[in-house]
Design a binder for this molecule. Structure first.
Ligand SMILES: [Zn+2]
Length: 82
C-alpha cells in the first residue's frame, strides 16, 4: 500500500508534517498538510503534490521526494482509518 496514492490531503491531519527532499541537491524542507492545502485542493493526492512541487533553491528545480516526518504519527493515523 502506498500512502501517497491511498490518501488525499483532506484525509490527513492538518498538522501532519511532510518532508520534501530534493533528489538533485538534497535541500530539505518540511510543510504541514495545512500549508499544502493553501496551494492544493483537498482532493489532491500526496503523489500529485510530490509531482507538482520542485526544489526552492534558485536554479535547481530538482524533483522532490515526499515523506512523512514522523512515522509513529502516520502509523496512528493509518490505524485510525482502518
Ligand atoms: Zn534542489
Amino acid at each position: 500500500m502506498n500512502w501517497k496514492t491511498e490518501y488525499q490531503l483532506r484525509d490527513m491531519p492538518v498538522d501532519q508534517r511532510l518532508g520534501l527532499t530534493c533528489k538533485k541537491c538534497g535541500l530539505y524542507q518540511a510543510q504541514t498538510v495545512a500549508e499544502l492545502l493553501t496551494a492544493f485542493a483537498p482532493t489532491t493526492y500526496p503523489d500529485e503534490v510530490e509531482a507538482a512541487l520542485t526544489c526552492r533553491k534558485w536554479g535547481c528545480k530538482g524533483a522532490l521526494r515526499l515523506e512523512v516526518t514522523n512515522d509513529a504519527k502516520l502509523e496512528g493515523f493509518q490505524g485510525g482509518l482502518a
